[in-house]
Write a protein that binds this ligand. Structure first.
Ligand code: FES
Length: 166
């Protein structure tokens, strides 16, 4: 059993299972909820095995869900992931400049996670805010016309949300 699994209290895990009445047809919702409370926001092999045993399904079935659903992760994820549109209209409005600011401010390269586990950034295809480039997504929120200043403010807001200092 690895550390991540141990760190998550049994009561918390069981309360999630109870919410879904230990029903195997709720596998996806259970994995999503567990992922939210697991360190690193991912389902590691220990957690996946525990879920399989509790639901009375095979580990293969849990693995298939983890592979199929892109919102489930088996590797540690940053709390805040800046998704920078890299499609042509945003590219011409200096999407690379957004990446440069994030890289400098967060001291990470694309797809790397900051040491505190809070931030990462990556390029993604167009998400429909083409008239507001350079555009980024943060969770479900879209932000357009990004400048160095607005990026710094956004980073600060995220840190405030987590109660952390730079
Ligand atoms: S081209 Fe960037 S959001 Fe569409």
């Amino acid at each position: 059993m690895n550390n991540q699994f141990q760190e998550l209290s049994m009561e918390k895990k069981r309360s999630i299972m109870r919410c879904y009445e230990f029903r195997r047809e709720n596998l996806l919702d259970i994995l999503l909820d567990l992922q939210e409370v697991c360190p690193g926001r991912c389902i590691d092999t220990g957690t996946a095995g525990w879920v399989a045993r509790e639901l009375g399904v095979t580990e293969t079935k849990v693995s298939e869900a983890l592979t199929f659903y892109t919102m489930l992760h088996t590797e540690p994820q940053a709390r805040f992931v800046f998704e920078i549109c890299s499609s042509t209209p945003c590219f011409f409005t200096k999407a690379q400049g957004v990446a440069d600011v994030l890289s400098r401010e967060l001291e990470v390269k694309e797809e790397e996670i900051t040491k505190d586990g809070l931030f990462a950034f990556r390029f993604v295809p167009c998400f429909g805010s083409c008239a507001e480039g350079p555009a980024i997504k943060l969770g479900d929120e879209v932000y357009g016309n990004m400048t160095e200043e607005s990026l710094k403010e956004l980073i600060e807001r995220c840190r405030e949300l987590e109660g952390t200092e730079p």
